[in-house]
Design a protein around this ligand. Sequence first.
Ligand SMILES: Nc1ncnc2c1ncn2[C@@H]1O[C@H](COP(=O)(O)OP(=O)(O)O)[C@@H](O)[C@H]1O
Ligand SMILES: [Mg+2]
Length: 242
Amino acid sequence: MIVLKSLKKYFGKLKVLDGIDLRIDTGETVVVLGKSGVGKSVLLKCIVGLIKPTAGEVWVDGVRVDKANWSSLSRLRKRFGYVFQGAALFDWMDVLENVMLPLREMGIPPKEARERALRSLEHVGLKGAENKYPAELSGGMRKRVGIARAIVVDPAYLFYDEPTSGLDPETSRMIYDLMEKLDSELDATTVIISHDIFLARRFGKRVIFLDAGKVEYDGPLSGAKESPKFARFLGEILTKLS
Ligand SMILES: Nc1ncnc2c1ncn2[C@@H]1O[C@H](COP(=O)(O)OP(=O)(O)O)[C@@H](O)[C@H]1O
Ligand SMILES: [Mg+2]
C-alpha cells in the first residue's frame, strides 16, 4: 500500500506538489494524469525515494520512505520495478545485459540473472533480441526492453513514467496491450504516469488528475465531468486530435 500525507515538493519558489493526500491499495492500478510539467514525475520520484519531499509523508508497505535509511530503502527498492520516461537504456550494453542489470545489482549470480532476464524478454515479446544493442531497436522495442528490465525483479510495485510518449498510435496500442497483460499476470500494485488519455481509457478504473500541485480529481474516468478542470483538460486533448 502507498500512502501520501500532505506531500509537498518545492523547488525554490516553484510549488510543484502542494499538499497531496493519496492512498493506493495493494493490487490496485491507477493512472496519474496531468499537463506536462505539473509534477507527475516528481510525484513518482518522491514515492520511490529518489526525491526528498519538502514536507509531508510518504509510506510504502509501512515504511516511511522520506525518512528511511539507506538499507531499509534499498530493501524496499528491490520490490520496485520502474519504467523510466524514455526507456533509459545503456547504449554500450546489449539488451540482455540491460535487463540483467537490476538483478546483478541485487547480487543474483550471473547464470540465474541471465535465465530470469531471458524469461522477462520473452514475457514482453522480445525473444531473440537479447544480443541486439539499443541503437538497433525501434522506439517500441526500446520501451519493451525498459519494461522487461522493470519486471525482471518480480516487483510488488510497478511504476511506469510515460510508457507511450514518443510512440506512434499503433505502437502505443501494442504497449497498452502488453501493460494490460502484465497487469493481470503480475498482480503488482501499479502506478502509471501519463498524459495519454487513451492509456487512461484502457486503465480508467481509477484516474488521478493533478493540477496546480493538488489532486484535482480522483475516481473513474467516466466521472471526469465532476471536475470542470479535468473535463477541460480532456476536452483540449480531444480537440487537438480531431
Ligand atoms: N530537480 C529539479 N530541480 C528544479 N526543478 C525541477 C526539478 N525536477 C523537476 N523540476 C520542475 O518541476 C516541475 C514538474 O516536473 P515534472 O514532474 O517532471 O513534470 P511532469 O508532470 O511533466 O512529469 C517542472 O516545472 C520542472 O521543471
Ligand atoms: Mg514527467
